[in-house]
Design a protein around this ligand. Structure first.
Ligand code: FES
Length: 274
């Protein structure tokens, strides 16, 4: 609960000149529903991804070469044979280190510093502010000017890493067109992997940093028609960035879950070819 207005610093909604309203909000609608759903959605993904990152089983389907994105790239000698598409430069890892330890911080950094996710967790988890016309409980506001939030400014570097990770996921999806006896094969798992990686590209390329990389710092668009065209396409994608942010959380979990079910022989992959 927020402190009474009289005890608060004269900043933010308690600044001189603002209306002196003691109630935290005068809204009577269910303004808390959106922050609550956002928190539940993010928490579901974090719990699922954390559990899956540490279980170290059912992440590779040897017959069809399906590899879950949660374990890609698998670069350690602890990885099951066949799942390491880029070799095993790292030795066996203790159980408390996830097998994709190299990529995990980059992926996490990309999502955590994403402009959309910032809006989501600033509002829903830090309540800063939780909704329009609802005062935040914090007494001071320092923005992204000091640690740890100043790290948000590194988002563009996480974007470069995310492009490389999307390329790796694309490579995994191509290798997965593998039949049981070798050669070409195609099943429901391929559809899921390809849809997942396509949506990951949509999320990555709709990033605000991508927009800046493609069309930022140009004084005259007319002098750079190709960059202008790319920037225009990225800008169209960018209007859907929030949707891609949520959809890819869902498709990542769905893809991993499907690979887990097939890899653990809980279900059989629906095969169309091979
Ligand atoms: Fe969301 Fe870059 S990934 S703004």
């Amino acid at each position: 609960m927020s402190a009474p207005a009289s005890e608060r610093e004269a900043t933010g909604v308690f600044s001189p000149g603002r209306a002196r309203i003691l109630a935290r909000t005068l809204r009577v609608d269910r303004w808390w529903l959106s922050p609550l759903l956002t928190t539940l959605g993010l928490a579901t993904f974090i719990v699922y991804a954390t559990v899956r990152a540490f279980v170290r089983s059912a992440y590779w389907v040897e017959e069809y070469h399906y590899l879950t994105p949660f374990y890609s790239p698998c670069l350690s000698e602890s990885c099951v044979p066949g799942s390491s598409h880029f070799g095993t430069p790292f030795p066996e890892l203790p159980m408390w280190i996830p097998l994709n330890f190299l990529i995990l911080p980059l992926l996490l950094g990309f999502r955590v510093t994403c402009y959309y996710y910032r809006k989501a967790y600033y509002r829903s988890i830090w309540l800063s502010p939780p909704a329009c016309a609802v005062a935040e409980p914090h007494g001071r506001y320092t923005g992204e000017t000091r640690l740890p939030l100043i790290i948000q400014n590194a988002h563009r570097y996480f974007f470069y890493a995310a492009v490389i990770i999307s390329l790796i996921n694309t490579y995994d999806a191509i290798l997965a067109f593998h039949g049981e006896g070798g050669g070409f094969g195609f099943g429901l798992g391929n559809v899921i992997l390809v849809v997942n990686v396509t949506l990951l590209w949509a999320y990555t390329l709709s990033c605000h940093s991508c927009r800046h990389v493609t069309g930022g710092r140009l004084k005259h668009f007319s002098a750079h028609p190709i960059r202008y065209w790319i920037w225009t396409q990225v800008s169209k994608l960018n209007t859907r960035h929030m949707q891609f942010a949520w959809i890819t959380l869902g498709t990542l979990m769905l893809t991993d879950f499907y690979v887990m079910l097939v890899a653990s022989n809980t279900i059989s992959d629906l095969r169309f070819v091979g």
